[in-house]
Design a protein around this ligand. Structure first.
Ligand SMILES: Cc1ncc(COP(=O)(O)O)c(C=O)c1O
Length: 393
């Protein structure tokens, strides 16, 4: 198989979709796919067997929902633009405003949609600021003190997003805050959207707790339709990014395997979060036993691990093939000496990758393939020089 390539595995995808459909049924709620995490539209026919809608946050995503998913989107954007708004309305069943000023400006033009307002519960347990939508100064949502007693009569729903790869224990605490601050408006609503970040497909997710929470919620507010819009949960652990070693270099005792992929181009969350991806057949070493160490985000650490525990001969940084100095991550302990041409498999590389990749440095974008349930591999897309060129045409 020619690398690099993202391989989405149909079996694992169907496993997630079946689980999400069951959770939707048991919680009496609608679960829709957030395109921001995953939008490989050639897989949409499979999604349609399990779910019936998606959520968009831009004109292009809304169009994709309509054109390729075949259903109007639940759309939310931090700020709609005048010249795009009518096209967004045409592709949306639900439309959420981020602020009262956006509502005032646009609501008359969105009569065909069920309108919502994004609320800010001022509570989020997400520790990484980059992913915390409720951090002080946030640009997302309206706080309770700014809402009028009587909502505008065409507002039908509230939208609230404050999770990231969270469990139902976190949702239980968020829900308390949401209800404390906003339940007085619930009688005026028809629906509530609890956003994304509900990682129901992670092995340790406590689904029974979510079922209990939702049963109680429905008892308290039987008139409210509940919507969840995760992205990651759908594509969680549905396939790897397969790369190859192109060269091995060494400086100050640090050995780097340079790959035919790039963290900054093809796995941006690794650098942004930052988090260390799982590499098949290798163990990630948290603190390097080598003397010189720094993290790509610029933070330095003096902690190191006893070198004798590791076979430093087979300890590697993995480096991207871009010219960005920080396009590397380390360290991984392999059980053999890496060779040029051998494959390096990054696990769980389907969500928040293909939607965020770029062609910085003109580096070849990994192909996208699907491994079908019968084991056959279908190449969905290859990228060429023309793709790079035409983006800047
Ligand atoms: C408004 C909104 N909805 C849904 C999602 C999807 O979240 P996740 O992929 O973590 O489930 C996000 C992610 O940022 C979001 O901002």
């Amino acid at each position: 198989m020619k690398t690099p390539v993202y391989i989405i595995e149909e079996k694992r995808l169907r496993h997630n979709l079946a689980l999400i459909r069951e959770v939707a049924c048991r919680t009496d709620s609608e679960w829709i796919l957030a395109f921001k995490a995953f939008a490989l539209w050639k897989t949409f026919p499979i999604f349609r067997e399990y779910i019936s809608s998606t959520t968009a946050s831009s004109l292009s995503e809304a169009r994709l929902a309509f054109d390729k998913f075949g259903a109007k989107a639940h759309t939310y954007s931090p700020a709609y633009k005048d010249d795009e708004f009518d096209a967004i309305v045409a592709c949306s069943s639900h439309l959420t405003f981020n602020s009262l000023s956006q509502y005032e400006r646009f609501h008359e033009r969105a009569k065909a949609c069920s309108l919502g307002l994004r609320i800010n519960p001022e509570y989020s347990e997400v520790e990484t600021l980059l992913y915390n939508p409720c951090a002080p100064g946030t640009r997302f949502g309206v706080t309770a003190d700014k809402l009028p007693e009587q909502l505008p009569q065409d507002i039908r729903g509230f939208h609230c997003h404050c999770h990231c790869e969270s469990g139902s224990d976190v949702f239980e605490r968020s829900l308390q805050h949401i209800e404390e601050k906003f339940s007085k408006w619930f009688p005026q609503l028809e629906w509530i959207n609890f956003g994304g970040g509900h990682l129901v497909t992670r092995k340790d997710y406590d689904i029974e707790r979510l079922v209990r929470l939702m049963q109680d919620f429905h008892q308290r507010y039987p008139h409210l339709k509940v919507i969840f819009e995760p992205g990651s949960a759908f594509a969680w652990q549905t396939g790897p990014l397969v790369a190859s070693v192109v060269d091995i270099v060494e400086d100050k005792g640090i050995r780097t395997a340079i790959l035919d992929v790039s963290f900054t181009c093809h796995m941006p969350d690794c650098l942004e979060m930052p988090y260390y991806p799982e590499v098949r057949g290798a163990e990630h070493i948290e603190h390097s036993p080598l003397t010189i160490d720094h993290f790509p985000c610029g933070e330095s650490t003096s902690q190191s691990t006893d070198a004798s525990v590791y076979n430093v001969q087979w300890l590697y940084r993995l480096g991207g093939n871009s010219c960005l100095s920080g396009d590397w991550m380390g360290y991984w302990q392999f059980d053999h000496e890496l060779e040029i041409g051998e494959q390096i498999i990054f696990e769980d590389m389907i969500h928040y990758t293909t939607v965020k990749t770029n062609t910085f440095n003109g580096i070849t974008h990994p192909s996208i393939a699907m491994q079908h349930s019968d084991g056959s591999l279908e190449l969905l897309r290859c990228f060429t020089y023309e793709d790079y060129r035409d983006r800047m045409d």
